[in-house]
Design a protein around this ligand. Structure first.
Ligand SMILES: [Zn+2]
Ligand SMILES: [Zn+2]
Length: 253
C-alpha cells in the first residue's frame, strides 16, 4: 500500500491511497482542472480513482467532490450528515452512505472511519489498511479523544494535523472570533496538541509521520516538524510535511 498527498491546508485537501489497482481519494478540495493536474503529478488519471471518501463538508475538503465524482462517475463515500451538503440533484447512484463507527471496504482497501470533534455536521477521519499495514490520517479536529488515540495506535504511517502554533495564532491577523474558533474544541489541532497526540500513541510500528493542514498564516513547517519530532522522540529529518501546493510524494506504507 502506498499513499501521496495532492495538497493539504485550508485552500484544499486531497490524499490518494493505493493498494494494487484500488485507489481511494480522501477528500477533494480542488476544482476539476486543478485536481486533474495534481493527480497527473502523481502519475494518475482521474479514471484511476476507484472511490472518493469524504471527511466533512468544509470547502477545503468537499469543494471539488461533486463535480469530480459526476464527471468521472466515481462513487462518493460519506456520512449522512456530510451528504446533506451534496447538491440536491446529485445522483443517488454515486452515493455510498457510511456509518461513522463501522469499517467498510473499497475493493482492496479497508477503510475505518473515526468520528472527530469538529464544527461540521458529522465529521470523520480515516484509517486505511491493506490487511497488513495501516495508514491513519487525521486533520480537522479540535480535540484529541481517547477514541482517536486508540484508532491511530499501532499504525505504520500517520498524517496528522498541525494547524497552528498557538502563539502565532493568538498574536496573528485573524479576528478574535476566528481565533477562538480555530483554537476551540471543535476547531483545529495546534502543534502542541499534535505533539501530545503522538506522545499518547503506541508508536511501535510507526515508520512515517507527516504534518498536515498547516495554516499559512499561523504556522511554519519548521515549528510543525519540531512538534512532531518531540512527540515521537525522533530526529526532525524523519518527519514529513504535507504542503498546500505540492502535498507530498508517494510513500510506501
Ligand atoms: Zn480543513
Ligand atoms: Zn474543517
Amino acid at each position: 500500500m502506498r499513499f501521496t498527498s495532492l495538497g493539504s491546508g485550508s485552500s484544499g485537501n486531497g490524499l490518494v491511497v493505493e493498494n494494487g489497482r484500488t485507489r481511494v481519494l480522501m477528500d477533494c478540495g480542488f476544482g476539476l482542472a486543478e485536481t486533474k493536474a495534481r493527480l497527473e503529478r502523481a502519475g494518475l488519471k482521474p479514471k484511476d480513482i476507484t472511490a472518493i471518501v469524504v471527511t466533512h463538508e468544509h470547502d477545503d475538503h468537499m469543494g471539488g467532490v461533486a463535480r469530480f465524482s459526476l464527471r468521472y462517475a466515481i462513487p462518493v463515500y460519506l456520512t449522512r450528515g456530510t451528504a446533506q451538503w451534496l447538491p440536491e440533484d446529485f445522483p443517488a447512484v454515486l452515493v455510498r452512505y457510511i456509518d461513522s463507527h463501522t469499517p467498510f471496504a473499497v475493493d482492496e482497501i479497508r477503510v475505518d472511519p473515526i468520528p472527530v470533534p469538529h464544527d461540521a455536521r458529522e465529521p470523520v477521519q480515516y484509517v486505511f489498511s491493506d490487511g497488513a499495514v495501516r495508514l491513519g490520517v487525521v486533520t480537522d479536529l479540535g480535540t484529541v479523544t481517547q477514541h482517536v488515540v486508540e484508532k491511530l495506535s499501532g499504525c505504520e504511517a500517520l498524517v496528522i494535523e498541525c494547524n497552528h502554533d498557538l502563539d502565532m495564532l493568538m498574536t496573528g491577523p485573524y479576528p478574535d472570533a476566528l481565533k477562538r474558533r480555530v483554537a476551540g474544541r471543535f476547531g483545529h489541532l495546534s502543534n502542541a496538541d499534535a505533539c501530545h497526540l503522538v506522545q499518547a500513541l503506541d508508536r511501535g510500528k510507526l515508520r512515517h509521520l507527516i504534518a498536515a493542514h498547516l495554516s499559512q498564516q499561523n504556522n511554519t513547517a519548521a515549528l510543525a516538524v519540531e512538534a512532531l519530532a518531540r512527540g515521537a522522540g525522533c530526529e526532525r529529518e524523519w518527519i514529513g510535511v504535507a504542503r498546500q501546493d505540492e502535498g507530498f510524494d508517494w510513500r510506501d506504507a
